[in-house]
Design a protein around this ligand. Structure first.
Ligand code: ADP
Ligand code: ZN
Length: 718
C-alpha cells in the first residue's frame, strides 16, 4: 500500500487514520469514516479501489464534485469516470463497457442515477469491489444538508449483493452519526473518527459594525491570496463583489441566480487564479477543493455551526495558512428565524436549536476551537492559543456556585428540558410551562433571580463544554447530567468561567492583527516563479492549477531544487503520473533558476523504475496535431472508428482542446457544419440521440454529429 501511495499519489506517508481505514476496507469490513474537510478522505477509498479487483462505486451528491475528482484521478493516471445525467448515450456506453471489462477502477454516480433501472441492471453484471458513500451526512435529516434520495441508497446497493460499504463525512454531530449508521444498517461498522481539529485554521468573530470598511481592509491585507466571502443573499453577493472590485480587489460573484455559464466562468477564474476572491452564497464550494484558499469570511452569520464549520473548512486544505472570520450580529439570527416561520413545527424547532448554537458560539468568549470540537462530540482539554478568544481573553470569574445551580436545575427537572426552560426555572420565571410542570416547587426555582438570562445561558453552555452536562442524542435540545456532573455535585470544585462578549453594546473592537507569520523555509523567488509557471501551464492545459501540483509540492521544489525526473519523484505529492504529465516545464524552470543563481543542489539521486503507461491517447493527440486522417489513425492504432471517436471524446471531455477542422472540413460543407454547431449552441444538453432526432438522421450520420460535438466542445467548453 505504501508503495502505491508513493508511486501513484506521490505521498511518502499516510495521514492520520488513512492506513487503518484502508486496511479495514481491504478486509471487506463495513467502515465509517468521520474526518474533517481537507484531512484526506478521498484517498481512503481511492487507494483500495486501485488495489482491488473490479470497480469501486463512489456515490457523491454533486455532479461538479464528481468531475473534479475524476479529473484529478485521471491526472494521476487512474482509470475513473462518472455516470450521471450530463453524459451522452455513447459516453454512457463507453463507461459501462470499461466497467464491465473491469478496467475502470472508480465509478462515480449520483444517487439519482443509481436508482435508474438500466444502471442497476448493468451494475448487477459488473464486478464491484465495494461501495463508497461520500458526504454521508446527506442521509440525515438532522444534518445541514439533507437529501432524501440518499435514504434510498442502502436498498439499492443491497440488491447488488453483499458489498462492503465505506461511508464518509466531514460533519457529523453524534446525532447525525447515529442516524447514518441506522439508515445504512451498519451499526456494526468499524468507526474511524479523526479529530476535527484543523490546527492551521484561525477562527475569529467580529461584531457587524462598519463591516464594509472592515471587510475591505481585511481582504486588502491579504492581497493576491485566494479567499471566499460568504453572504446569505444573492443581492448581498452582488453588492459585496462590486464593493471589492471598486477597491481594486480581483473579485467575482457566485450564486444560483447567475447564468450557469457566468457561474462556471467565475468559478474557473477563481480556480485559475485570475480572480482572487469569490463572493458567494453557500451554493459555492461544495464542488471544488481548491487547496490553497487562504481565508474564508462569513459576511452574514451562518445558519448552523455545521454549515459554518464546513465552509471554514475550505480554507487551508493544504495545511498552510487559513484565516476564518465571521461577522456576527444578533439581528442576523432574528432574520434567519423569520425565514423559518413557514416550516413545519419540528423542522422549525430544529432550525431554532441550530441557530441558538450559532449565536452562543459567537457570543461566547471560550476558546473557539474548544467550542467547535465539542459541538462535534470531541473534547479538547486545553485552550488552543490560536483563535481570537485565546489571543484576547475576556474577564474570568469563579463559577463553582453557578455551575452547581445549573446542574441541579437539569437534575431536578428530570433531564427533560432545554436551555430556555432551564434558565426560566433558575431565574424563577412565572410562565405557564413552569407552572404546568410544577417546577416552581423545585429547590432550584428562583435561585438565580439576580442574574440576567444571557448570564445563565452562558453558564449552562460552559457546563456543557466542560463535560458536566451533556446533550441527549435522541432528543434534540434536551440536556442531561453527565457522570462528571454527578461527581461535581457530590464534591463541588472551583471552576473558571468566562464572561460572554456583549456584541450589542460593545463598541468597535480593535482590529486583531495576526502575529507575523513564520519565515518561509523555501526559496520565495523560486516559489513565486513556479507558481506563475503553474498558472500558465494550467491555463494551456485548461486545468485548474492545483490539478498539476499543489502548493506543498511547489514549496518543496523551492526547497530541494529537483532538476531530474527522479528527484522530482521524491517531492511530496508527485507520483509517476504527474511527473510524466507535468514535470518537464517545472524541471526546466528549476534547472534554469539553479544555473542562473549558482545554487548547489544536494538532493541525492534515487533511481526508480518507470512504468510504461498506455500511450494511446498521447499518440492520438499527436496524430491529430499532425492532421492525420481519422481513418488512418484508427487503422494505425488498430481500433475501430467508433473506439477512436470514444477516445477522442474522452480526451476532449477531460479538458484537452482538439482541432479536427482539417478532417471535418472534408466531410461536411460549411453550411451543414453551421447547422449542427448552432444546434449544440442552443441545445439543452449534448445528447447524441436528441441531436440526431432534431437534425434528422437522414441528413447527418452519427459520426458527423459526434465530430461536430467534439469541435463544439473543444471550442466552447474547453
Ligand atoms: P477531504 O475529501 O477529506 O476534504 P481530500 O481527500 O480532498 O480531503 O484531501 C485533502 C488534501 O490532502 C488533498 O490535497 C490531498 O491530495 C492531500 N492528501 C491526502 N492524503 C495525503 C497524504 N497521505 N499525504 C499528503 N497529502 C495528502
Ligand atoms: Zn482557542
Amino acid at each position: 500500500m505504501k508503495e502505491k501511495l508513493k508511486a501513484v499519489f506521490g505521498y511518502g506517508q499516510f495521514r492520520g487514520n488513512q492506513e487503518a481505514i484502508i486496511k479495514n476496507i481491504m478486509k471487506g469490513r463495513n467502515t465509517f469514516v468521520i474526518m474533517p474537510t481537507g484531512a484526506g478522505k478521498s484517498l481512503c477509498y481511492q487507494l483500495p479501489a486501485i488495489a482491488s479487483e473490479g470497480t469501486a462505486i463512489v456515490i457523491s451528491p454533486l455532479i461538479a464534485l464528481m468531475k473534479n475528482q475524476v479529473d484529478q484521478l485521471n491526472a494521476l493516471g487512474i482509470k475513473a469516470h462518472f455516470l450521471n445525467s450530463t453524459l451522452s448515450k455513447s459516453e454512457i456506453n463507453r463507461v459501462k463497457k470499461s466497467t464491465l471489462s473491469g478496467e475502470l477502477k472508480l465509478l462515480y454516480v449520483a444517487p439519482e442515477s443509481l436508482t435508474k433501472v438500466e444502471n442497476l441492471e448493468f451494475l448487477k453484471k459488473s464486478n464491484i469491489s465495494f461501495v463508497a458513500i461520500d458526504e454521508a451526512h446527506c442521509i440525515s435529516e438532522w444534518g445541514h444538508d439533507f437529501r432524501p434520495e440518499y435514504r434510498k441508497i442502502k436498498n439499492i446497493i443491497g440488491q447488488l449483493g453483499n458489498l462492503p460499504i465505506i461511508a464518509l463525512t466531514a460533519t457529523a454531530t453524534p446525532k447525525v452519526q447515529l442516524d447514518i449508521q441506522k439508515n445504512l444498517q451498519m451499526e456494526e461498522a468499524d468507526l474511524f473518527k479523526s479529530s476535527f481539529n484543523r490546527e492551521n485554521l484561525y477562527y475569529e468573530v467580529r461584531p457587524k459594525k462598519q463591516i464594509k470598511k472592515q471587510l475591505v481592509k481585511y481582504v486588502k491585507a491579504r492581497k493576491g491570496k485566494s479567499g471566499i466571502v460568504y453572504c446569505l443573499s444573492r443581492k448581498k453577493v452582488e453588492e459585496i463583489a462590486e464593493l471589492l472590485q471598486v477597491n481594486d480587489v480581483k473579485a467575482a460573484p457566485y450564486h444560483a441566480g447567475l447564468d450557469a455559464s457566468v457561474r462556471m466562468k467565475n468559478q474557473d477564474a477563481f480556480l485559475n487564479e485570475d480572480v482572487d476572491v469569490i463572493v458567494a452564497t453557500i451554493a459555492f464550494g461544495m464542488g471544488i477543493d481548491k487547496p490553497d484558499v487562504r481565508f474564508v469570511v462569513h459576511y452574514d452569520t451562518p445558519k448552523s455551526l455545521e454549515g459554518y464549520y464546513q465552509e471554514t473548512g475550505r480554507a487551508g486544505r493544504d495545511g498552510l495558512e487559513g484565516d476564518c472570520l465571521m461577522f456576527y450580529s444578533y439581528n442576523d439570527i432574528i432574520k434567519l428565524e423569520k425565514f423559518n416561520k413557514d416550516k413545519p413545527v419540528t423542522e422549525r424547532d430544529n432550525a431554532k436549536v441550530l441557530l441558538q448554537e450559532m449565536s452562543s458560539y459567537a457570543e461566547s468568549s471560550v476558546c473557539r476551537r474548544i467550542q467547535l470540537l465539542h459541538y462535534f462530540g470531541e473534547s479538547l482539554e486545553e485552550s488552543c492559543g490560536f483563535c481570537d478568544n485565546c489571543r484576547h481573553p475576556k474577564e474570568e470569574f469563579e463559577g463553582k456556585e453557578y455551575v452547581e445551580i445549573a446542574i441541579k436545575a437539569v437534575q431536578q427537572s428530570n433531564e427533560r428540558f432545554g436551555i430556555t426552560h432551564l434558565v426560566n426555572l433558575i431565574r424563577g420565571s412565572e410562565n405557564q410551562y413552569i407552572q404546568s410542570y410544577n417546577h416552581d416547587k423545585l429547590e432550584v426555582y428562583g435561585q438565580g433571580k439576580d442574574k440576567e438570562i444571557p448570564f445563565w445561558s452562558s453558564v449552562i453552555r460552559q457546563a456543557l463544554l466542560s463535560g458536566l452536562l451533556e446533550k441527549d442524542i435522541e432528543n434534540i435540545g434536551v440536556l442531561k447530567v453527565a457522570q462528571k456532573g454527578q461527581k461535581f455535585l457530590e464534591a463541588p470544585y472551583s471552576i473558571t468561567l468566562f464572561q460572554d462578549h456583549e456584541f450589542s453594546t460593545e463598541g468597535e473592537e480593535e482590529e486583531s492583527e495576526r502575529d507575523a507569520l513564520p519565515q518561509n523555509a523555501y526559496d520565495p523567488n523560486l516559489f513565486a516563479l513556479l507558481k506563475d509557471l503553474r498558472r500558465k501551464v494550467a491555463k494551456m492545459k485548461n486545468l485548474p492549477p492545483y490539478v498539476l501540483f499543489q502548493d506543498p509540492s511547489l514549496e518543496e521544489m523551492a526547497t530541494v531544487y529537483p532538476t531530474t525526473r527522479d528527484e522530482l519523484l521524491q517531492v511530496v505529492g508527485v507520483g509517476m503520473g504527474k511527473a510524466n504529465k507535468f514535470g518537464k516545464p517545472f524541471l526546466d524552470a528549476i534547472k534554469k533558476y539553479v544555473e542562473e543563481n549558482d545554487i548547489t543542489t544536494a538532493a541525492d539521486v534515487v533511481i526508480k523504475s518507470s512504468v510504461n503507461k498506455s500511450k494511446s491517447k498521447i499518440v492520438i493527440i499527436q496524430q491529430i496535431d499532425r492532421k492525420v486522417n481519422l481513418e488512418e489513425i484508427s487503422e494505425m492504432n488498430k481500433m475501430s472508428m467508433d473506439d477512436l471517436l470514444n477516445e477522442i471524446e474522452h480526451i476532449c471531455y477531460s479538458g484537452t482542446k482538439l482541432n479536427l477542422d482539417y478532417y471535418i472540413d472534408e466531410i461536411l460543407d460549411e453550411e451543414r457544419q453551421d447547422d449542427v454547431y448552432d444546434y449544440f449552441m442552443s441545445a439543452e444538453n449534448d445528447s447524441l440521440d436528441e441531436a440526431l432526432d432534431e437534425l434528422g438522421d437522414e441528413d447527418y450520420s452519427e459520426e458527423d454529429i459526434r465530430l461536430m460535438r467534439i469541435k463544439f466542445l473543444s471550442e466552447i467548453a474547453n
